[in-house]
Design a protein around this ligand. Structure first.
Ligand code: UDP
Length: 337
C-alpha cells in the first residue's frame, strides 16, 4: 500500500483528495496547521499531525517516522484580495513554507510531489481556452506566489531530482457526494457558496461583480470544475510520478464556460429558492473570461472531468451547505464517516 503525505489535508480540496485516496486504498498522513482548515474535515482513517510546514524539525520527524512515497501539497493562503494587501504573509507562507517542505523532502529522500497551483498564474488571458504554454502574467500576489513555486520546483527538479506535477486549478466547486465534507471558509468570497447562502437566507442578496464584460450575458465567465474530479487528478498524478513519469504542469478544468448569471440561474433551479441579486461594479483584478484546455491532462494522465453539468456541481454543493449551514462549526459533533 502506498503511503501519501497530504499537506493541507484539512482544507477544501485537500480533504476531498484525502477521502479519494482512502477510497482508493492509499494510506494517508495529513499535516495541517488548521489555520484555515478544519480537523473535522480530515477522514478518520488518515493519520493527522498538527503543525506548520515552516517547522523543519516537525517535518523531518514525520518523514523519519512514516515511510512516505509521495507528497501532495495544498497548504497555502489563497485569498486574492488579502494577498494584494498583505504580500508578506503570502510570500512567507506560500513560497517560504514550500521551500521548507521541499528542503525536508530532499533531506529525507522523498522525491515525488503534486503541487496545487492555480489558473491565477495566467492573469488576463490573451485567448481562451487557456493552454499550459500560454503567457503567465499574474495580476495578484496570490498567483505570483504560486508561479514562484512552480519555478522553484522546476529548478529543484533539475538540481536535486525532485519530481513534480503542478496542477493549475480553474474554479474548484461542489462537495463530496456523501455531503460530509464541503467548502467552508471563515471568510467566504467564492461565488457558488455565496449564492447558496443567499438561497438559504443566510445572506440577503448576491452581488454580481460587473455587468459590462464582453461576454454572452455581460457577466464574467469561469470554468467550474468539481472538487472530486480535482481529487481524482491528484491520484493519477501521484501514480504517474511513482511510475517514473516526468515532471510537468497541467491545467485542471471542466472546459465548460459558465457566467455569473448562469450560476445564479442554475442555483435557482437546483434549490427551487429565490436568489435576489444586486448588480455592482467589477471586482478589481478579475479577468473577464477564464476557461481551461485540459487536453494535456487527458493525454498524459488519462484524466477527464466526470462532472460536466453545472447543475450537478451545484447540487452537490447545495447538499453540503443545506446540511451544514455553519460549515464544520455546528455539526462538528455529529459527523460520522
Ligand atoms: N463573483 C460575483 N459575486 C460574488 C463573488 C464572485 O459576481 O459575490 C464573481 C467574480 O467576480 C468572478 C466569479 O464570480 O467573476 C467567480 O469568482 P470566485 O471568487 O468564485 O472565483 P475566482 O474566479 O475569483 O477565483
Amino acid at each position: 500500500m502506498k503511503n501519501v503525505l497530504v499537506v493541507g489535508g484539512a482544507g477544501y480540496i485537500g480533504s476531498h483528495t484525502v477521502f479519494e485516496l482512502i477510497e482508493n486504498d492509499f494510506s494517508v498522513v495529513v499535516v495541517d496547521d488548521l489555520s484555515t482548515g478544519f480537523e473535522k474535515a480530515i477522514h478518520k482513517d488518515a493519520k493527522f499531525y498538527k503543525g506548520n510546514i515552516k517547522d523543519e524539525e516537525f517535518l523531518n520527524e514525520i518523514f523519519k517516522k512514516e515511510k512516505i512515497d509521495g507528497v501532495i501539497h495544498f497548504a497555502a493562503f489563497s485569498q486574492v484580495g488579502e494577498s494584494v494587501l498583505n504580500p508578506l504573509k503570502y510570500y512567507e507562507n506560500n513560497v517560504y513554507g514550500t521551500m521548507c517542505l521541499l528542503k525536508s523532502m530532499i533531506k529525507n529522500n522523498v522525491n515525488n510531489i503534486v503541487f496545487s497551483s492555480t489558473a491565477a498564474v495566467y492573469g488576463e488571458p490573451k485567448k481562451v481556452p487557456i493552454e499550459e504554454t500560454d503567457e503567465k502574467s499574474p495580476t495578484n500576489c496570490y498567483g505570483e506566489t504560486k508561479l514562484a513555486i512552480e519555478n522553484m520546483l522546476k529548478w529543484f527538479n533539475n538540481a536535486y531530482g525532485l519530481n513534480h506535477v503542478c496542477f493549475r486549478y480553474f474554479n474548484a466547486a461542489g462537495a463530496h457526494k456523501s455531503g460530509l465534507i464541503g467548502e467552508a471558509h471563515s471568510f467566504e468570497t467564492h461565488l457558488i457558496p455565496l449564492v447558496l447562502k443567499v438561497a438559504l437566507k443566510q445572506k440577503d442578496y448576491i452581488s454580481i461583480f460587473g455587468t459590462d464584460y464582453n461576454t454572452k450575458d455581460k457577466t464574467a465567465v469561469r470554468d467550474y470544475v468539481h472538487v472530486q474530479d480535482l481529487a481524482t487528478a491528484h491520484i493519477k498524478a501521484l501514480e504517474y510520478l511513482i511510475n517514473g513519469g516526468k515532471s510537468d504542469v497541467f491545467n485542471l478544468g471542466s472546459g465548460i464556460p459558465c457566467s455569473v448569471r448562469e450560476i445564479i440561474n442554475a442555483a435557482k433551479e437546483v434549490t427551487g429558492l429565490n436568489i435576489p441579486v444586486k448588480e455592482e461594479k467589477r471586482r478589481e483584478g478579475d479577468p473577464s473570461i477564464l476557461t481551461a484546455s485540459f487536453l494535456k491532462a487527458k493525454k498524459v494522465l488519462n484524466w477527464e472531468p466526470k462532472h460536466k453539468n453545472i447543475k450537478e456541481i451545484i447540487e452537490s454543493a447545495y447538499l453540503w451547505h443545506k446540511n451544514n449551514p455553519e460549515g464544520y462549526v455546528v455539526k462538528a459533533m455529529s459527523i460520522n464517516y
